[in-house]
Design a protein. Structure first.
Length: 159
């Protein structure tokens, strides 16, 4: 069956051929990646059983999808929501972030780390400016960082 028979056609500006380089294929081609449904399919290194690296053609979140998610996080203005408690903020943003993690992180979760670090930075700013004794002097704001590290200890929060 051809595309025309079912009323479909290929748009020449939106359609291109990409070389799905992976494994031991070493060909050099002009286009080796493409975006589809918010993911960029491209050659990526993957650790194999023996500890070595093998290049495979795999999906990860696209730059444009990361940008859209980052804009949404910025619109939340978490650091200004001092009227909310941490539990309320978590109840508000957890379903959204969980959905992003389940959809975009299915194959390459580490590609989402910059977004998650950005959310953590906003939460740390919230901790420093929120009511609860962390507002005010630099020593107290350092206390906000200590408090945030105590409840969450990844390496992406600055000291």
């Amino acid at each position: 069956m051809r595309l025309g028979e079912v009323g479909l056609e290929v748009h020449p500006d939106k359609t291109s051929i990409s070389y799905c380089r992976g494994g031991f294929h070493r060909g050099h081609f002009e286009k080796v990646s493409f975006d589809f449904l918010g993911c960029t399919f491209a050659p990526r290194p993957v650790r194999v059983k023996g500890g070595g690296l093998l290049t495979v053609f795999a999906p990860a979140v696209s730059r444009s999808a990361l940008k859209v998610m980052g804009q949404r996080v910025r619109r939340w203005k978490l650091h200004r929501r001092v009227d909310l408690e941490l539990r309320e903020i978590a109840r508000w943003i957890n379903p959204i972030v969980r959905g992003w993690m389940q959809y975009y992180g299915k194959h390459n979760r580490s590609a989402l780390f910059p977004l998650l670090c950005r959310i953590n930075a906003y939460l740390m700013r919230w901790a420093v400016t929120s009511t609860g004794g962390l507002r005010g002097s630099p020593k107290r704001s350092r206390g906000g960082r200590v408090w945030f590290r105590r409840i969450h200890a990844p390496s992406c929060i600055g000291g």
